[in-house]
Design a protein around this ligand. Sequence first.
Ligand code: PLP
Length: 428
Amino acid sequence: MHSFAYKNGLLHCENVDLQALAKQTGTPVYIYSKHTILNHFIRLREALAPLKAEVSYAVKACSNIAILNLLAKHGAGFDIVSGGELYRVVQAGGDPSKCTYAGVGKTEKEIRYALEQGIYCFNVESEAEMRAIDAIAKSMGLKAPVAVRVNPNVEAGTHKYITTGKAENKFGVDFEKIEALYEKASREMPNLVLKGLQMHIGSQLTQAKPFYEAVVKVAPLVKSLKEKYAIEFFSIGGGIGIVYQDTLESGVQEWWSGDEAPLTLNAYAEAVIPTLQELGLHIIVEPGRLIVGNAGALVTTCLYEKKGSAKTFKIIDAGMNDLIRPALYQGYHEIVPVQQHLNDEITADVVGPICESGDFQAQNRVMADVQAGELLAILSAGAYGFSMSSNYNSRPMAAEILVDNDEWYLIRKRQSWSDLIAGESVPE
Ligand SMILES: *Cc1c(COP(=O)(O)O)cnc(C)c1O
């Protein structure tokens, strides 16, 4: 579900009128619904209640400290992929002992910081990394908690850039090599504690089947590791897909009943619970997109219309530096006018100001025929939206707003031009 809907012809987030809000904040601006974020977090936790699973929010999806703080207050753990993300969690009041740390390229500085903070576990992705963590733990006189990320080699059925559980991906350790690696670690790396096993097969999965297949395939391995090394947890990663199309029309309440959503939370839960329950281990899930994807929108101003000989372009003030999903992996976002239009449709490309042909938010889209000065909302932009934004073309990063019922809070100031050159200098 999400909390964006028209009221009296104006798009609202919860009970905040986005036209009035944008007048104050300027555009482009990211807007998040507190209600939607919490609703998704709590509903997933409830769907997995028989497992008492830990819901560890994948920070990279949207890493603003206000959102981390909100989730921390409701008991979330955090899945992090860098020292910077751990720093954010700590600053936001999150509990490091509920953090799992993934990623193929952890540096010594990051590993030391994570050990100092006392994270729950490193999810290691190679033998070389395991040896590095062992050596660093030794130098600090500590034992480092580790789990290996298994690559189960299953088909996730998602875009190739967000498939992570196939043998050809850089992630994890081959399924067949896991036992040998645990064996080696237990013999040769005395400064490690073998604490669990982790996997993450991809993102934006819209079928339950790959989750089922991966869990069923890996469960016997988990059992064996539990017997031999007394591991205490199994993390099944994130990847639960969300609906990106027609979310307004299908009603704001139950997006997972729409056509694009064969993957309901219940279907997900049913696919994984029986196998996991049998393991008798602490279970962790690491959702990112599910929690924040539909909770956020990017509001932008239509600057110009340009009619080419082949196409009509609606040129907006948000670029691929603000929201890169369409350019990076053909991501689809529903785009709606903030002031509702009733029956003036046009087919257009929605493009940004950046000097790249890849700078579009939609192509050949049937959409409201908005005029210069009107506002558009790019929906379902909460995940991998702001967190992937950059200063490309020397464009200041957008502001971020958290909406709570009829109140809203600036949770990140829009950057200024002087922010762009902060830290730069000209040699004498
Ligand atoms: C990115 C990531 C996630 C979250 O993926 P979503 O598709 O956003 O749920 C979870 N675990 C790991 C290890 C990740 O890299």
